[in-house]
Design a binder for this molecule. Structure first.
Ligand SMILES: [Zn+2]
Length: 193
């Protein structure tokens, strides 16, 4: 009887292990598939057109902006507004700069403030564009306890837009991982300089 129970227990744990292995394979396969499906954006879409009707957009003016969300809502495309002004997060592996390694500069999609240089971008498996260093004059930090988590939110220093979060599990030399939303970023390739 005891041997029977022991066998049953062993069998059950083996079964669990098999299920776990299968789930693991399934999940990693799906994640891989998502990466594969992510297409690199066309050159035309690189020039983020979010600022064509945006009177506050500037890559040189560092003056702090104080614009209400009511006004931003009229100016920004809905997906940029939802993420940058209401702190939503885009789905992993969907952002245009996630699987993207061109050389250039990253600016705030809302106001044009300089945020990152492509040399600090690294291939992270988290599903969002990741950088190990931000322009220290470009970003500010805020404690974020939403969704039952303790995180550090990263915001644009000029317009206070939500960019993403920063974690301390990044690569050298800083050990930081700036996990950003593509919708909050605006990329300018070096080739266009
Ligand atoms: Zn900004």
């Amino acid at each position: 009887m005891e041997i029977g129970i022991l066998f049953l227990r062993k069998f059950t744990s083996m079964k669990n292990l098999l299920i776990l292995t299968f789930m693991n394979f399934f999940l990693s396969h799906c994640a891989q598939k998502k990466i594969d499906l992510t297409q690199k954006p066309e050159q035309q879409t690189m020039e983020n057109s979010t600022h064509t009707n945006n009177p506050y957009y500037s890559r040189t003016d560092k003056t702090k902006l104080n614009v209400s969300n009511e006004e931003w809502r009229k100016i920004l495309p809905p997906e940029v507004y939802a993420i940058a002004r209401e702190a939503n997060t885009e789905y992993p592996f969907t952002g245009k700069y996630n699987d993207f390694d061109e050389l250039g500069e990253y600016y705030c999609a809302v106001c044009g403030n300089h945020l990152f240089r492509s040399s600090s971008k690294f291939a992270s498996s988290c599903g969002w564009p990741s950088f190990y260093e931000a322009d220290k004059d470009g970003v500010i930090y805020k404690r974020d306890t939403s969704h039952g988590m303790e995180r550090i939110e990263v915001l644009c220093k000029r317009c206070d837009s939500h960019l993403g979060h920063v974690f301390n599990d990044g690569p050298p030399p800083t050990g930081m991982r700036f996990c950003m939303n593509s919708a909050s970023l605006d990329f300018e390739p070096d080739s266009r300089k």
